[in-house]
Design a protein around this ligand. Sequence first.
Ligand code: ZN
Length: 298
Amino acid sequence: MMRRLFYTDHQVLPLPPEHRFPITKYRILRELLERDGYFSFEPGPPADVKTIELVHEREYVEAFMNGTLSAAAMRKIGFPWSEGLVKRTLASVGSTLAATREALATGWGGTLAGGTHHAFAAEGSGYCVFNDIAVAARWVQAGSEIKRVAAVDLDVHQGDGTAHIFRDDPSVLTLSVHCKANFPLRKQQSRLDAELEAGVGDKEYLSVLGKTLRSVWEFDPEIVFYQSGVDGLASDRLGRLKLTHDGLRERDRMVMRGVKELGVPFVITIGGGYSDPIELTSEAHANTFRVAREVFGE
Ligand SMILES: [Zn+2]
């Protein structure tokens, strides 16, 4: 049996031609991994609203579903509202939930989407509507014996929504390693934040990461969610760091070897990536799943 990964590009997100969001990266990523031949692929099932409301305020969820969020709230999200956006968003959260189920059953699971870490309980932001990792974390806590959760966020932007959602919750350790000069301007406080200056390369990055991860392992989480954003790549339009594909592979190995040693379920979400050309981003995302196979086996 090949390991299943969940995807969302069966739901088409309609964007105006001038929109800067690199929506093609999801399909390119799926095709790269399909060509490898090591995984099977399933469309992410839509998350149900009740599960989303484990984290998000009902009024916000309903207004988004019905298309009645204010123009200002939609501008903050950064996508025009459409039925397609609703379906895609539900598939994205649903993919993370499906990957979490897979992780609980087999050790690890992955979605070729998710990592929408700028979403707060009552509003979206920065291309993020609902916070998939927060929803999956609460879902696991509500439905299993698992209580201690770690959310390891290595996207080059701070996981501000995730940090804020769990700010008063000692059962969820949030870690964000990000570039200080990046969006969001106003940072939240994660349990652990490592802020890097613009221009940092592989060596310094990996050294900071190694030290920071120690605190995660000491927390002794019973499940680990990974926001594996690859917008730290030197070719990224938004990232400001100077990481290479090899550096990101090493980053992924450090995280996964640590999780393997703990022996707990592990959930991969992809997060951000805005390289020019976008193929560089998709390649880096594909490498995360290749490293998972290398570290965890089939
Ligand atoms: Zn990002």
